[in-house]
Design a protein around this ligand. Structure first.
Ligand code: MG
Length: 339
């Protein structure tokens, strides 16, 4: 099997700012894997936070291109080989994983959710992210998102109370909050206990990723569920989180793909952790890959493609926040723009 890859800059509708970074575009790598009869599609959305960028992805593909073999059905052995060749490189591995599953689904004439025996649901609702901005722009964004039933609000700023206050002048819909490591422990307790009075459902990553001990201190002083995002990448990071978090945010680009994400969702149940399926800024290609497994998760946060000014793929339909997973073979995506 031959991999071809191309880096594409995906412009955003609005500048995307969180407590730790800001960006006007995402630079993602799109791949195809060819067999004799079919093409499998994949996308990597690298995060500098996890040590990846377009160049590291290119180097990884260069390293592994002769190790894919010729049969996508050997996916488990291929994943093991890739993990033996190089640690990390999770978004690059996620791109390969979804392209191989796309090929398998096409050859078996089944959508990916059926390959994993995942029942569909008509109540798959994603949250929609409101990034950090000045209060006027936040107002504008919240009004523009009037059809989205749940908002995920980025905090971790000096204006956290004003941001929530501004949103609450416009809407009383449920909110989720992501502090992106932006608080200290005393501030976290004070803010989370106030957020509980503001129809907020859960709070993500109050403290820096490695500060697990202080999360336990916080958790004994609050009622709202707290989820780990930056603190967790793969299934091997999960045991340390029990007692410190109520749930985890699983992302294809952090864990290396659909197979590992499904493993994490199953393991979370046994550790009594709730699950969220999240994303980075991604096109509808990799958002669709994630959507196929979304019925396994307690919370869905797959709005990455909705934040783009233009999207080179179509696949999962998201209308008023509700996901409809494609029922065609493989990922069920169609290229509609240049890659
Ligand atoms: Mg997060």
């Amino acid at each position: 099997m031959e991999i071809k890859s191309q880096v594409i800059r995906l412009p955003l509708k609005y500048r995307f700012e969180v407590a730790s970074s800001k960006k006007d575009f995402a630079e993602n790598t799109f791949i195809t894997i060819n067999t004799d009869a079919e093409i499998g599609y994949g996308e990597a959305a690298p995060s500098q936070f996890f040590g990846e960028n377009s160049e590291s992805i290119k180097q990884f593909f260069e390293k592994v291109k002769t190790s894919l073999g010729s049969d996508p059905f050997e996916i488990d052995a291929i994943i093991m080989r890739l993990n033996n060749i190089a640690n990390g490189n999770y978004s690059a591995k996620a791109a390969l994983n979804m392209a191989l599953l796309d090929l398998i689904g096409k050859k078996k004439e089944k959508p990916i959710y059926k390959l994993f025996d995942i029942p569909t649901s008509d109540s798959l609702i994603t949250s929609f992210t409101i990034g950090i901005d000045n209060l006027d722009v936040i107002k504008e964004k919240v009004k523009a998102a009037h059809n989205m039933p749940i908002l995920k609000v980025k905090l971790g700023t000096e204006n956290d109370y004003q941001i929530i206050g501004t949103i609450r002048e416009i809407t009383d819909k449920p909110l989720r909050v992501d502090a992106n490591e932006g608080w200290n422990r005393e501030e976290a307790v004070e803010k989370i206990n106030w957020l509980e009075t503001q129809n907020v459902e859960m709070v993500e990553q109050p403290l820096p990723a490695d500060d697990i001990e202080n999360m336990k201190w916080i958790r004994s002083r609050i009622n709202l569920p707290v989820f780990a995002d930056e603190s967790v990448k793969t299934s091997s990071d999960m045991e340390k989180l029990t007692g410190a978090f109520d749930g985890i945010n699983i992302k294809l680009m952090k864990c290396g793909g659909i197979n590992e994400a499904v493993k994490m969702a199953n393991k979370a149940q046994s550790l009594n952790l709730k699950t969220m399926l999240g994303c980075f800024i991604e096109s509808s290609l990799s958002i669709t890959a994630a959507a196929h497994i979304s019925p396994l998760f307690d919370f869905i946060d797959l709005d990455g493609a909705l934040l783009l000014a233009s999207d080179p793929f179509e696949g999962v339909r998201i209308i008023n926040g509700k996901l409809t997973i494609p029922n065609t073979a493989g990922l069920g995506v169609k290229q509609i723009g240049a890659i």
